[in-house]
Design a protein around this ligand. Sequence first.
Ligand SMILES: [Fe+2]
Ligand SMILES: [Fe+2]
Length: 240
Amino acid sequence: MRITEEATVGEIAAAEPSSIRVFEALGIDYCCGGKRGLAEACSRIGTPVEEVISRITQAEHDAHAPAPAAWAQARLSAIIRHIVDHHHAYVRNETPRIGALLEKVVSRHGKSHAYIGEIQNLFLAATQELENHMLREEQVLFPHIVRMEDAAAAGLPLPPAFFGSVAMPISHMIAEHDDAGALFASISQLAGGYVPPEAACGTFQALYHGLHEFERDLHEHVHLENNVLFLRAIALERGN
Ligand SMILES: [Fe+2]
Ligand SMILES: [Fe+2]
């Protein structure tokens, strides 16, 4: 894809997955903020859009490995399987591990670094919401999308759902993504961009590394849902 100022950040991330590393490095929100045009997203971080376009073009050029899975053409059921097996499993594995690291760091350093307690509260709130959110995706929304895709492939009418249009649960899920994204933005801010304090112990460093990776994975996860899966499910329902 030719990267233009008018293209949205979500479109660019979906078409050119190597751009995601550039967005992450610059702090451009490509998942919850994926509907923003590139020019607007760049002006929010005070970086000239031309510079960002040239970095993305370079990143595409540098990507020697074959492009990551072309989700734009993949079956929706394959995207869903990847989301559940990869991203949902990651959240479920990492939540207790990071929770235990937080416990340790709060008990050892909570008095001298009061913000760690705030990070713990935000992390617990975000992960509790995420757990409920993922269950609703797995039990309600995703199975419906798979049924829609199967019906369309068989040339049958799309199955009805108690919630009416698929756009209904999708808009709830997107709002919850925004909430989780905002909680993690606050965590990142409190953690000073995940740079551990000087002379931080190994547990402190492991905690910041874990939180940073968790946020990065959440961005990829939300991007794949908001900008790929959900848009394609809505288009499928509309018969496009
Ligand atoms: Fe999800
Ligand atoms: Fe989600």
